[in-house]
Structures are given as structure tokens and as C-alpha cells.
Ligand binder design. Structure first.
Ligand code: HEC
Length: 187
């Protein structure tokens, strides 16, 4: 009898663990979907606007349209969405919290060791919340506004200086990690 109870207990524990695992995977897939909605739309909008009015004219895309779109996706999905960076441009909304900072530092190390930055992501259940971050790699387009100072146009330098006196988000090269998109949801 005891042995049956024991087997039953072991089976139900591993069953519960399997369920929990499946649940975590489903949450991660959902988080990934939310986190990957914004960046491609933003890139298209940036490309269009840079073509029309130069990089300095496209600043409002990153400054106003990105948070607005993030807000809309939040409303549709129930996930909170942020963009954070170890070298924030916007101090008011891009400073990482300790969990995000640890992920960013880990991603930088792994990218430097040769992992593809586009694949770097982390998902974790913490207390009653699920959190997920996905790296945003620097592409050629980004260098217009995040590249080395000597490659920025005078107009973009002036505009950035005016909007972001504490800007730390220049000096990047292609393939580095500019930051992460960070999403979270209460469970
Ligand atoms: C037209 C100029 C411009 C281009 C091109 C651009 N950005 Fe930005 N980026 C900005 C500005 C301005 C901000 C600050 C937005 C704000 O005020 O929240 C910003 C902020 C960010 C942030 C939020 C963290 C922070 O430092 O404030 C990330 C992440 C980011 N950009 C990534 C990228 C990536 C990746 C690309 C290329 C795919 C890119 N950006 C292209 C201007 C640009």
C-alpha cells in the first residue's frame, strides 16, 4: 500500500511539473509574440520617415510613436511593454531595473562570445508575474541616431542634444545590443 502511495505521489509530482513546464512555455511564447510585434513596425516607420525628412525628422518616431504603439499593444494584450538599455537615451523611461540589468549584461557577454544577438531572450516567472526580455540588435539603420559621434550628422547631434541632454545612446556599432524590449504580465 505504501509503495502505491509513493508511486502515486511521485507520478502526480512529475505530472504537475510537466504541466507547470508546459504552462511556462506557453507564457514564454505569448510574451515573445507581444515583444516582437513592435520592433518591425518601428523599423518600417523609421525607414519611411528618414527617407522623407532625414534622421533628425524621424526622432518623433522613436520618441513619441514607439511609446504610443507600445501603449496600444499593452491595451490589446494586457502585457506591459518597455524598452530599456544599459546606456539609456531617455532617462525617464529607459533605465533597467535589476532583473532587466542582469539580463542585459548577460546578453552583452553572450553576444561578445559569438551568440547571435537576434536570438537572445529570457523569460522567467517571478512571484505572481511573468517577465520576458528580448535583445534589440543594432542594425545599419540605427547608426543614423545611435552610431559613433563622428558619424552622426550635425543636424541629428543638435536635435539629440536638445531633447536628451544626458544621452548615452551613441557610439554603437552594427551587431551590438542597443537594449531590450521588456514585457511583463501579472498571472
Ligand atoms: C531617427 C533616429 C533614431 C533611429 C534611426 C533609431 N533610434 Fe532608437 N532612439 C531614438 C530616440 C530619439 C530615442 C529616445 C526615445 C524616447 O524618448 O523614449 C531612442 C530610444 C531607443 C531605445 C530605448 C532605450 C533608450 O535608450 O532610451 C532603444 C532600445 C532603441 N532606441 C533602439 C533602436 C534600434 C535597435 C534602432 C534600429 C533598428 C533604433 N533605435 C533606431 C532615435 C532613433
Amino acid at each position: 500500500m505504501k509503495i502505491f502511495l509513493l508511486v502515486g505521489a511521485v507520478l502526480s509530482t512529475s505530472f504537475a511539473a510537466t504541466l507547470a513546464h508546459a504552462n511556462d512555455e506557453a507564457l514564454m511564447a505569448e510574451a515573445r509574440k507581444v515583444a516582437t510585434t513592435l520592433p518591425p513596425k518601428l523599423i518600417v516607420a523609421l525607414q519611411d520617415e528618414i527617407k522623407k525628412s532625414g534622421p533628425e525628422g524621424a526622432i518623433p518616431i522613436c520618441k513619441d510613436m514607439a511609446p504610443k504603439m507600445a501603449g496600444e499593444i499593452s491595451q490589446q494584450t494586457g502585457w506591459k511593454i518597455k524598452r530599456v538599455s544599459l546606456k539609456a537615451r531617455n532617462d525617464a523611461r529607459a533605465i533597467p531595473d535589476p532583473w532587466e540589468k542582469a539580463a542585459l549584461e548577460d546578453f552583452d557577454k553572450r553576444a561578445a562570445a559569438g551568440e547571435s544577438p537576434a536570438k537572445l531572450e529570457k523569460g522567467e516567472k517571478i512571484g505572481n508575474e511573468y517577465r520576458f526580455v528580448k535583445a534589440l540588435p543594432v542594425q545599419a539603420l540605427c547608426l543614423n541616431c545611435h552610431g559613433p559621434a563622428d558619424q552622426l550628422s550635425p543636424a541629428i547631434k543638435a536635435a539629440l542634444g536638445q531633447h536628451y541632454p544626458n544621452d548615452r545612446a551613441t557610439g554603437y556599432s552594427e551587431g551590438q545590443i542597443r537594449g531590450v524590449i521588456s514585457v511583463r504580465k501579472a498571472l
